[in-house]
Write a protein that binds this ligand. Structure first.
Ligand SMILES: Nc1ncnc2c1ncn2[C@@H]1O[C@H](COP(=O)(O)OP(=O)(O)OP(=O)(O)O)[C@@H](O)[C@H]1O
Ligand SMILES: [Mg+2]
Length: 503
């Protein structure tokens, strides 16, 4: 039995089947869980607001009168002794004898003793997986590890939403650690991360993780030209007419059949040569020469894919570090290509179940941007819609939920939300997060760095969690403005000194 924290009182309209007030005898905080017995079974409830009351100050006239007379009530009566804390609780569910949880249908009696929630019951109640869940931290105000069941967290996709600096990437790193540290018997999946800022590259330098992590940066990432269909050509390099498409399709077809006959894998130069030699209208030729020049400039289309599919392994992680890629289109192409390639491979059972985590998801699956500018969006949406059937899980991270594809976001059945203050983003979260109450929405702007709320599939009730400390080394988030400014001046001065010395 846990400690008694209070007793249910009767007020004008409580207790009823959903809500109750209780006078506190031990400190209890907002959002803490409590429990008590009802006729239907043991009820679990969440504490809402906690207020103070004092009978000596109930009457405005007597308070005002005593102040006027210069003798405050506190000097006349033992007012301090009469200060009470009164909590409001919302019943979440009732545990029946058969172990099932049901909605309460009957109010508790006034006078019912209220207890701190019991740990195992609470874990069960929240739907946590204490055996082999993904441990992202501790349930707030409870001595309980927030271990989220892998299937519930990921199979139907997860979104991590918060404003800049709230701790999204930190939390993502914690999740990566959990995936990398899983044992084979717990079920391991592969992780592939789209990392626009090179924040996760540090995993490959961390002794504890380096054997399971591979980082591919701008100079490593390659797309096999021979794997590219004519349709992708069109998708990547904006609109071409159907006859123009037909021409390139023909050339690619020829090159591919020669390759299959053992001629070796062709490259961009070979394709360029074929275009030059081919009989096509001047305009078509020019279009394709122009496209091929752009492709050459991107320095991305080569003979082979890198990373190749065989690098995707259970319990391992691939980081696609896009931080050195400046071109917006090139980044989009990389994301689209690998997203669709992985998904296709997974559908054919060629790679293990995997988690595809996209940082800055609003840039790759944006809302209200034309599809020629949002090359990766349709693929991300497709995985969002169909991925769960094939165990291709999507993780979308964004500091701009408003700018993120509604379809993609609404397919994420678990939302992990950290601090957000922008009203538009809050509105979007409210609309897209199933089961989120206005009470919970109200708490979001007040969250501190590293505090999150999990709603949706992964938990049976919205749960506040303090994200745990990470075990891996942290990405250097960069220098402070002040020190960068000082360093610049130092450097300038040094150069001047050098010149003086030289003269
Ligand atoms: N749970 C946590 N515990 C301790 N420190 C944290 C935690 N979460 C975040 N921080 C710190 O807060 C800072 C911002 O975190 P982070 O980079 O994860 O934010 P972000 O939401 O990804 O921001 P951005 O949108 O700019 O990418 C970092 O310095 C990080 O170390
Ligand atoms: Mg970040």
């Amino acid at each position: 039995m846990t400690e008694q924290v209070g007793t249910i009182i009767s007020t004008e309209d409580t207790p009823n089947s959903d809500e109750f007030h209780f006078v506190l005898q031990e400190p209890v905080k907002k959002e803490e869980f409590v429990e008590f017995d009802t006729e239907e079974g043991r009820a679990v409830a969440r504490v809402g607001v906690v207020r103070k009351a004092n009978m000596f100050f109930n009457n405005a006239e007597s308070v005002s009168e005593s102040s006027k007379q210069g003798v405050p009530l506190s000097e006349q009566f033992p007012t301090e002794d009469r200060e009470l804390l009164i909590g409001k609780g919302t019943v979440l569910g009732v545990y029946q004898e058969n172990g099932l949880v049901k909605r309460p249908s009957f109010p508790p009696s006034p006078g019912t003793e209220v207890y701190d929630a019991e740990k195992d019951r609470l874990a069960d109640f929240l739907g946590l997986d204490q055996e082999s869940g993904i441990n992202i931290g501790e349930v707030q105000f409870e001595d309980l590890q927030a271990q989220l069941n892998l299937t519930k967290l990921m199979q139907k996709h997860v979104a991590i939403l918060a404003q800049s600096g709230a701790g999204k990437s930190y939390l993502a790193s914690v999740i990566m650690e959990e995936l990398l540290d899983r044992q084979p018997e717990e079920g391991q999946i592969a992780t592939v991360v789209i990392d626009p800022h090179g924040e996760y590259a540090g995993f490959a330098d961390d002794e504890a993780y380096m054997d399971r992590v591979e980082v591919y940066d701008a100079s490593d990432i390659q797309i096999s030209l021979a794997n590219l269909s004519a349709r992708k050509f069109d998708q990547y390099f904006s609109n071409v007419t159907t006859p123009q498409k037909r021409e390139i399709k023909k050339l690619l077809g020829e090159l591919k059949s020669e390759m299959n006959k053992g001629e070796g894998v062709f490259d961009l130069e070979e394709l360029e040569k074929r275009v030059k030699e081919a009989e096509m209208t001047k305009k078509t030729k020019q279009i394709w020469e122009d496209r091929i020049n752009r492709m050459k400039y991107m320095n991305l289309f080569k003979r082979y894919d890198n990373p190749s599919l065989d690098r995707v392994e259970p319990g391992k992680m691939i980081v696609l570090d896009l931080s050195d890629i400046i071109g917006y289109r090139k980044k989009q192409i990389v994301v689209e290509y690998f997203a669709s390639k992985l998904f296709k491979a997974r559908r054919r059972g060629k790679i293990p179940p995997y988690f595809f985590l996209v940082e800055e998801a609003h840039n790759f699956a944006p809302e209200n941007v034309s599809s020629s500018q949002a090359i990766a969006r349709s693929t991300i949406k497709k995985i969002a819609r169909e991925g769960r059937k094939f165990h291709a899980s999507l993780g979308l991270i964004s500091q701009r939920p408003v700018g993120l594809s509604t379809t993609a976001l609404s397919q994420c059945n678990t939302h992990i939300i950290l601090r957000v203050t922008n009203p538009n983003d809050l509105d979007r979260i409210k609309q897209s997060s199933e089961g989120i109450t206005s009470e919970v929405i109200k708490s979001i702007p007040g969250l501190r760095v590293g505090e999150c709320i999990v709603v949706g599939e992964a938990v049976d009730y919205p749960t506040f969690i303090n994200v745990r400390e990470r075990r891996s080394q942290e990405f250097d988030t960069g220098q402070e403005l002040e020190s960068a400014a000082k360093e610049y001046i130092e450097k300038e001065k040094q150069e001047e000194d050098d010149i003086d010395a030289f003269m």
